[in-house]
Design a protein around this ligand. Structure first.
Ligand code: NAD
Length: 250
């Protein structure tokens, strides 16, 4: 039990990577607050799974791009917990298009959810994290934020922004005993893939050194490492969980 008696807030945890992290953390003794955007049925499923592990779970319907909704959620959280120990900024979307065809709305939506959402949740909950003896923020970036990706100027910009945010914040809050790290997944089998054309999927597979798509569990295991004392001397870092895409230049 690596997270015994810890309290984690995870955004976008009704499915995919966020869901896997919530369940992995609960398995490790952690109580869970999670944000979901609108699928109550999926949120209920995740909640039941966490409750079955004997952990407390508080699902809250929140659009992370809306500061006011995040603030309201804090009031709800405070009814149940007097602090939080872990914040996982995981919620994210894709609105891919080649740059010459990219519409302002596609740019805005991705920046608002993927980057401003991280600001909103961190800004609103930083005081709650400061009340913890030992806190951790884990931000979900992407290899697209490190290397860039065709059709993803909006997404790559948001995910690069998260990396800068992670490093700057790590310096600012180290004195408060808060570590801040980021995970950069490569190609992980989740719902986010549903919008990608098969041609891009096949091309991606070819570039992975390990020649297999990742599973949400690979990301959840890394999140557990970063959230636990196993990584107590690590802050301001970006860990690539990508099967070796990042090394596949030559
Ligand atoms: P997913 O689509 O399966 O899940 C995303 C989650 O975010 C969902 O629960 C969704 O409801 C939630 N969400 C979306 N917009 C939201 C909003 N405005 N407010 C609150 N919640 C919102 O995607 P995933 O693959 O699990 O992705 C999780 C994170 O990992 C994202 O930040 C994504 O960019 C990142 N990532 C994923 C991959 C991959 O290959 N799957 C690769 C690199 C990075």
């Amino acid at each position: 039990m690596r997270l015994k008696e810890k309290i984690a807030l995870i955004t976008g945890a009704s499915k995919g990577i966020g869901r896997e992290i919530a369940i992995k953390f609960a398995h490790n003794g952690c109580d869970i607050i999670f944000f979901y955007k609108n699928n109550r049925l999926l949120a209920e499923e995740v909640s039941e799974e966490i409750e079955a592990l004997g952990r407390k779970v508080i699902p809250i319907k929140v659009d992370v791009s809306n500061y006011e909704e995040v603030e309201n959620a804090k009031e709800e959280v405070k009814k149940h917990f007097d602090h939080i120990d872990i914040l996982v900024n995981n919620a994210g979307i894709l609105r891919d298009n080649l740059f010459t065809k990219m519409e302002q709305g596609q740019w805005d939506e991705v920046i608002d959810v993927n980057l401003t959402g991280v600001f909103n949740c961190t800004s609103v909950f930083i005081e709650e994290l400061m009340k913890s003896k030992e806190a951790n923020i884990i931000n979900m970036t992407s290899i697209a934020g490190i290397h860039g990706n065709v059709g993803q100027t909006n997404y790559s910009a948001a995910k690069s922004g998260i990396i800068g945010f992670t490093k700057a914040l790590a310096k600012e809050v180290a004195g408060n005993n808060i570590r801040v790290n980021a995970i950069a997944p490569g190609f992980i089998e989740t719902g986010i893939w549903e919008s990608l054309p098969p041609k891009i999927y096949k091309r991606a597979l070819n570039r992975i050194a390990l020649k297999r798509i990742g599973n949400p569990i690979h990301v959840a295991n890394t999140a557990l490492f970063l959230a636990s004392s196993l990584s107590s001397y690590i802050t301001g870092q970006v860990i690539e969980v990508d099967g070796g895409i990042g090394i596949s230049v030559i």
